[in-house]
Design a binder for this molecule. Sequence first.
Ligand code: PMP
Ligand code: GLN
Length: 384
Amino acid sequence: MPELTAIKSKLPNVGTTIFAVMSKMAQEEGAINLSQGFPDFNCDEGLRKLVAKYIDGPHNQYAPMPGMLALREAIARKTEKLYGANYDPETEVTVTAGATQAIYTAIAATIREGDEVIVFEPAYDCYVPSIELHGGKPVYVSLEPPTYKIDWSRVRKLINSRTRMIMINTPHNPTGMIMTAADMKELQKITAGTDIIILSDEVYEHIIFEGEQHQSVTRYPELAKRSFVISSFGKIYHTTGWKMGYCLAPASLSQEFRRIHQFVVFSVNTPIQLAYAEFMKQEEKYLELPAFFQKKRDIFNGLLTGSRFQLTPAGGTYFQLLDYSRITDEKDTDFAIRLTKEHGIASIPISVFYHNKADHKMLRFCFAKGEQTLQEAASRLCKI
Ligand code: PMP
Ligand code: GLN
């Protein structure tokens, strides 16, 4: 096809996301795919039946722009019960096409040319492109292995009158780090008396281990008043392919959010919203997730004892980082490819989540898989 010659890319340094690259490679090579984060087991049968019921209903036309009220109410109830925070379903809860759209929309609604956004690295890969598309400048704070804890004194030094937003993510993808109450208090101190907005990516809120409490910003009124809080039903209900999530924010921030949301998607899938709203009444379905995933983490990690990989148990998320420095000094991107092609295990190299491609010889493995898959994967890794 003839092509226009002078298209100037708005994201010239961005290639195809690592998740698409590694999943495609896994498929082509017939490798076990522990790269892109998604379960290899089906979602709950009851949930599938509810979707079918609502499709037959019929409930197949546009939902209201901010989401079906029944779902917004269920989200508000959950947030109140778990974190003691009150969000008005009418004005402070918006249902989105996944967390990705919510993150993009929150940034689009608030970031202008020259605004600085503090981003902790390794950072989930949609953050920086969304900031840059709106003229924002990412200001990086790197988290260092093995703990990946936030050094707040470094954050404090980077804050100035141009700082518009701080993005946090707990439990943290890709490291599994979880923020503590002490972290939240530091964040509160640093932002007190400023106009800084917080974007809190909490998509793994229900995947947290060792009995730890998820430190949602919604637990802290002084943080909640300046925060977009984003979650994803994909992670909660093993339904990543349905692409649905939500954004909680005080009315004034939600109003700005919705100004953009209405022209990005207008609204999202009606029958699935209705099904989630009904399914959310069964609280145990999300309350059982910590134990469910901790068991998988422990099986996977247990099977790797004796391998040459070194691991630090993840505090949350369904990802495990493995340090391979005892095996090779290859670049993590090269080793991830070789592991896929020669050993039949696909993973995610961590350097891609640092703007300077810092290579700590770490790969990320998703353990949201059936036991047999984990066993086969671990046995391959133990042979390396
Ligand atoms: N944030 C983080 C930290 C993630 O891991 C993901 C991937 N699920 C997302 C956002 C995007 O979620 P969704 O699939 O709902 O768009
Ligand atoms: N969140 C998933 C991960 O970290 C990937 C989602 C995607 O493919 N965009 O693996």
